[in-house]
Write a protein that binds this ligand. Structure first.
Ligand SMILES: Cc1cc2nc3c(=O)[nH]c(=O)nc-3n(C[C@H](O)[C@H](O)[C@H](O)COP(=O)(O)O)c2cc1C
Length: 200
C-alpha cells in the first residue's frame, strides 16, 4: 500500500493538520512495512493557478503538445500520476477563511482532468480513479462540523467522489483557537480517533 500525503498548512510540519497526518502516517507505516509514502507540500511548493494556456496544455494529448505545452503540462501530469500510483490519500486540510487553502484548490484544478481522472457520460460524471481511500485531517480554529458553515466537508467529498474516490473519512480537530489550554486535549482526541481508524 502506497500513501500520498497532500499538505497545505502555512506552518508546514508544525501545522495541526500536518501533525495529525504525521500521526496517521506513522501508524500506517508501522502496519505497512515497505509501503511508499510520498509527500506533496502545497504550502512550501505551491502549484500555480490554472490559466487558459495551462488548461489548454493539460487538455492536449501528450503526442500533440508543443514543446511549450509539454513543459507546462508536466506538473499536472506528475500530480495526476501521484494520485494514480498511490492507494491511500491523506489530505491535511487547515480551515483558512471559511474554506480550504487556496493552494489545495489550485492542486484540485490540476488533477481534475477529463478523460483521465473523470469522464462525463449520458448518465452523469464517472470518476476514473479506482480502489482508493482518502483520509482528511481537518484542523479548524472554530467549530463547524455538521453546520452549513462547514464548506470543506461537502466540497471535498463531492470532488473526491467526482474523480472516483468514494471511501473518504474525516478526522476533525476543531475549536483549536478558542481556548489555548484545550489544544493538547483536542489533538489527543483526534489522534485517538486516528488510532481507531488504523486498527480497523
Ligand atoms: C490565514 C488563516 C485563516 C484562518 N481562517 C479560519 C477560519 O475561517 N475559520 C476557523 O475556524 N479558523 C481559521 N483559522 C485558524 C485555523 O483553522 C487553525 O489555526 C488551524 O489549526 C489551521 O490548521 P493548521 O494548523 O494545520 O495550519 C485561520 C488561520 C489562518 C492562519
Amino acid at each position: 500500500m502506497n500513501l500520498l500525503h497532500i499538505s497545505s498548512s502555512l506552518f508546514g510540519a508544525d501545522g495541526k493538520s500536518s501533525q495529525l497526518s504525521r500521526h496517521f502516517i506513522e501508524q500506517f507505516q508501522a502496519q505497512n512495512a515497505g509501503g511508499k509514502v510520498t509527500e506533496r507540500d502545497l504550502a512550501a511548493n505551491p502549484v500555480p493557478h490554472l490559466d487558459l494556456t495551462r488548461l489548454q496544455a493539460n487538455l492536449t494529448a501528450p503526442e500533440q503538445r508543443t514543446a511549450e505545452q509539454q513543459a507546462l503540462a508536466t506538473l499536472a501530469d506528475e500530480l495526476i500520476g501521484e494520485l494514480q500510483t498511490h492507494d491511500v490519500l491523506v489530505l491535511s486540510v487547515p480551515m483558512y477563511n471559511f474554506g480550504i487553502p487556496s493552494t489545495l484548490k489550485a492542486w484540485i484544478d490540476h488533477v481534475a482532468r477529463a478523460g483521465i481522472t473523470f469522464k462525463y457520460t449520458a448518465t452523469g460524471p464517472v470518476g476514473l480513479l479506482k480502489n482508493k481511500k482518502a483520509y482528511v485531517m481537518a484542523a479548524r480554529g472554530g467549530a463547524y462540523q455538521g453546520t452549513a458553515a462547514d464548506t470543506q466537508t461537502p466540497y471535498l467529498k463531492t470532488f473526491l467522489s467526482f474523480i472516483g474516490i468514494d471511501d473518504v473519512t474525516f478526522v476533525y480537530a476543531e475549536k483549536l483557537n478558542m481556548n489555548a489550554d484545550q489544544q493538547p486535549q483536542i489533538l489527543a482526541d483526534a489522534k485517538a480517533e486516528i488510532d481507531k481508524l488504523i486498527s480497523q
